[in-house]
Design a protein around this ligand. Structure first.
Ligand code: GDP
Ligand code: MG
Length: 140
C-alpha cells in the first residue's frame, strides 16, 4: 500500500514537560515517519482558524487558550494508512479512556491537555497540512 500523510501537533502540555522527543519516538515506533516539523507559538487567530470546526463547542475558548499557552511542534507524518495509524497510537481524546501504550494514556494530563492532535480523515489531513506547511517544507 502506498504511503499517505497526516498532520500532527505536539501540544503545549507536552512541549512544557520536554516530551517532544518522547512523543516523536512513539510516533516513529508506530511506523510513522516525520517528513516535516517545526516548533511554533501559535497566535490566537491561527488557533481559532485551525479549530474553527469546533467553534460552537462549549470548550472552544478554553481549547484556543490552551493551544496558545506555549510552543507546539507541528509535523507532517508519512506512512501506510497514516491517518488511522496516528489516531491509533494517539489513543482516545480523554486519556482516562485511552488504551495502555498510547501517547495519551502514557503521557497526557487531561481531556484538554492531551499532548497530541491528529487529523481525523485524509481530507482534513490535506487541509491541516496546508494550513501550516508550504509544499517545499515537506521532504519525504
Ligand atoms: P481529538 O480529535 O481526539 O483531538 O478530539 P476532538 O476533535 O473532539 O477535540 C479537539 C480537542 O479539544 C481535544 O484534543 C482536546 O484538546 C479538546 N477537547 C475535547 N473535548 C473536550 C472537553 O470536553 N473539554 C475540554 N476542555 N477540551 C476538550
Ligand atoms: Mg479532532
Amino acid at each position: 500500500m502506498a504511503a499517505t500523510r497526516t498532520f500532527s501537533i505536539i501540544k503545549p502540555d507536552a512541549t512544557r514537560r520536554n516530551l517532544t522527543g518522547a512523543v516523536t519516538k512513539m510516533l516513529e515506533d508506530a511506523g510513522l515517519r516525520v517528513v516535516a516539523s517545526k516548533r511554533i507559538h501559535m497566535t490566537r487567530e491561527q488557533a481559532e482558524g485551525f479549530y474553527a470546526v469546533h467553534k460552537e463547542r462549549p470548550f472552544f475558548n478554553d481549547l484556543v487558550s490552551f493551544m496558545i499557552s506555549g510552543p507546539v511542534v507541528v509535523q507532517v507524518l508519512e506512512g501506510e494508512n497514516a491517518v488511522q495509524r496516528n489516531r491509533d497510537i494517539m489513543g482516545a481524546t480523554n486519556p482516562a479512556n485511552a488504551e495502555p501504550g498510547t501517547i495519551r494514556k502514557e503521557l497526557a494530563e487531561s481531556i484538554e491537555a492531551n499532548s497530541v492532535h491528529g487529523s481525523d480523515s485524509e481530507e482534513n489531513a490535506a487541509i491541516e497540512i496546508a494550513f501550516f506547511f508550504k509544499p517545499e517544507e515537506i521532504v519525504g
